[in-house]
Structure formats: structure tokens, C-alpha cells
Design a protein around this ligand. Structure first.
Ligand SMILES: CC(=O)SCCNC(=O)CCNC(=O)[C@H](O)C(C)(C)COP(=O)(O)OP(=O)(O)OC[C@H]1O[C@@H](n2cnc3c(N)ncnc32)[C@H](O)[C@@H]1OP(=O)(O)O
Length: 291
């Protein structure tokens, strides 16, 4: 539980509040002086929870600060509190989300530019209250509010705990590996999927109502697939996958917050193919061209 020197109850008209760049709870009403006071208290709460989240994840500096939120125009922080706890109430958890324009690999290994990707950026429940369903409550409230589904979210370097959380509560297991720090789950690019926790809109025939375009460097990367049950999956659902694509599929170990394997760098392929005797039949033509 995270307690403060001030009473948090006036800030938490309900257990879960939303805060955006004005640093005021979405439920807050007050005059100018009260707003200034609330902003200063929210700054303290966000900075403290952001720091605890960073410490809990072993990060050298917080992903979430009030200053960063103030500077953003597309991020929202959800805060969960228990007004009955302690003397002044206590804040129990934080979830920061936003949208990002990202270059992403789809299941077939094609690179796509996805605008306004729903992104999970920071998530923390106090150690004393973890594994009691509070994370689910916070996350589900966020999905409902944003009208997102878990499967259509990108997750910024998820911890093992978050991977487990998403698997348990939303059945998200099969990861589409990315070249950046974001984790996507199989089904992210599927049209017409209802998913968990309230469907996303599909505008102009694109998932999430997002604008997706093929990236010009699609051909540079091979397809990869990651899933804890990927062996079974290859034997069943992927039976119709063309052999050529199957040969490109690489199984890699589950990624932690820092462990995401990067797809082979085409430049590295060129250099190494040039140095290796046998080559891999992939980069050698390029290497020969360079030589
Ligand atoms: C993009 C990012 O933010 S990555 C960073 C994510 N945050 C962290 O890793 C910080 C530390 N962890 C936490 O704050 C919390 O564990 C959260 C936010 C991930 C989940 O919140 P909780 O309130 O614990 O979730 P909730 O109770 O709803 O669900 C529990 C499930 O989450 C997962 N989980 C929670 N704690 C743990 C843990 N210590 N070890 C493994 N899995 C865990 C499990 O799947 C668990 O189910 P189980 O108890 O049946 O194994």
C-alpha cells in the first residue's frame, strides 16, 4: 500500500481514476486553487507510483513520471486506490497506456506501419496486494474505457509477471516477435475479431481502426514465430502454411522485458555471409554484390 501525507479521498471519487496531461483526476471538480492543490498531489502520487514500478521491474529510471504525462498528448494513467486503507487512504496500482505509431511485423513476417497502436506502457500493483485480482480490475477498466481488446494491444517490454498476467486473464500466449521492444500477440492483425473485454472498432477495414501500410523494407526480414506451444501449433493450425514460410519460422525462447530476440539484421547478414565459407544461401547474393 502506498500512503501519502495528505488525504487521497478527495482525489479518488471512485476506486479507479483516469489522469491525462492536465494531471487532474477525470472525476475532479474544483475552483482554481483546488485544481492547483490537486495537481500538486497527483504529481506526488504519480511520481511515487512510477518510481515503485521502476524499482519493482529493476529499471534504472521510471517509465512514468508526472512530468512525462504533462508533456504527452496521448497518454492516460489509470490509478487504483483503496479509500478505506490506512489513515488517508492508499494508492494500490498504476497502469499507463497510450498510442504509438509503430513499425511492426505481422504473423507472416511482413513489416507494417501501424498508426495509433494501443500500447501498454507501464503497469504496477503494490507488492502487498499483488495476485489478488487488482491488476485484472485495473486492466479491464482500462480496456472498457479505451474500448480496446487485450489482443489488439502492443505491450512495451512486458515483464515475466505481465506475460503471465496476460496469459492467465486474456489467454494471450502466442507472441509475434518484433524488432522493437513491443510484444504483440497472435490475432493483433486479424480483422473482425471480437477479442476479450469489448471489441475494437474496425474503420476502413483495418484492425483497431488503425491505418496499416506495408513497410518498404518488408522483404529484408524473415518471418519468426514464438509461442510456448508453438510445436503443437506447427503440427495443427499451421498445416496449411506454405513450406517456404515454415522454413523461415524460427522458434525462440520466451522474451522477458529485455530478452526479445531481434530478427536478423539484413546488414549483419550481408557482412557475415561475406565472411562465412558456406553462407546461408540468404545473404550471399547481397554480399557478393557488395564485394
Ligand atoms: C509494460 C509493463 O508495464 S511491464 C511491467 C509489468 N509490471 C511489473 O512487472 C511490476 C510487478 N508486477 C505487478 O505489479 C503485478 O504483478 C501486475 C501488475 C503485473 C499484475 O497485477 P496483479 O494484481 O498481481 O494481477 P492479478 O492478481 O489480477 O492477476 C494475477 C496473475 O498475474 C500474474 N502474476 C502476478 N504476480 C506474479 C508473480 N509474482 N509471479 C508470476 N506471475 C505473477 C500471474 O499470472 C497471476 O496469476 P496466478 O496468481 O494465478 O499465478
Amino acid at each position: 500500500m502506498v500512503e501519502f501525507r495528505f488525504d487521497i479521498k478527495p482525489l479518488f471519487a471512485q476506486p479507479i481514476i483516469k489522469v491525462t496531461s492536465n494531471l487532474l483526476p477525470n472525476t475532479f471538480r474544483g475552483d482554481r486553487r483546488q485544481c492547483l492543490d490537486a495537481t500538486s498531489k497527483m504529481t506526488e502520487i504519480i511520481d511515487q507510483l512510477g518510481q515503485l514500478s521502476a524499482t519493482s521491474q529493476g529499471l534504472s529510471k521510471p517509465v512514468t513520471t508526472a512530468q512525462r504525462l504533462r508533456m504527452s498528448d496521448n497518454q492516460t494513467i489509470y490509478l487504483l486506490a483503496d479509500n478505506e486503507a490506512g489513515h488517508n487512504g492508499a494508492v494500490l496500482g498504476l497502469l499507463k497506456v497510450g498510442t504509438k505509431n509503430l513499425y511492426l511485423f505481422d504473423e507472416a513476417g511482413k513489416t507494417r506501419m501501424v498508426e495509433q497502436t494501443p500500447s501498454i506502457l507501464d503497469f504496477y500493483v503494490h507488492e502487498s496486494r499483488q495476485r489478488a485480482g487488482l491488476g485484472k480490475r485495473l486492466f479491464q477498466t482500462m480496456l472498457n474505457e479505451e474500448q480496446w481488446t487485450a489482443r489488439k494491444c502492443s505491450v512495451d517490454r512486458p515483464s515475466e509477471k505481465l506475460l503471465s498476467f496476460l496469459s492467465k486473464h486474456y489467454g494471450l500466449k502466442r507472441i509475434i516477435p518484433q524488432a522493437n521492444n513491443f510484444v504483440l500477440y497472435e490475432g493483433f492483425f486479424n480483422d473482425g475479431e471480437s477479442g476479450n473485454g469489448g471489441g475494437n472498432g474496425h474503420a476502413n477495414g483495418t484492425p483497431n481502426g488503425l491505418h496499416i501500410t506495408n513497410s518498404p523494407n518488408t522483404h529484408l526480414f524473415g518471418a519468426t514465430y514464438l509461442g510456448e506451444d508453438s510445436n503443437q501449433r506447427r503440427g495443427s493450425q499451421q498445416q496449411t502454411t506454405p513450406n517456404a514460410r515454415l522454413q523461415q519460422i524460427t522458434q525462440i525462447s520466451p522474451s522477458g522485458r529485455y530478452g526479445a530476440k531481434r530478427p536478423t539484421c539484413s546488414m549483419a547478414e550481408i557482412i557475415h555471409a561475406g565472411n562465412s565459407k558456406g553462407g546461408n544461401g540468404n545473404g550471399s547474393a547481397e554480399a557478393n554484390r557488395i564485394k
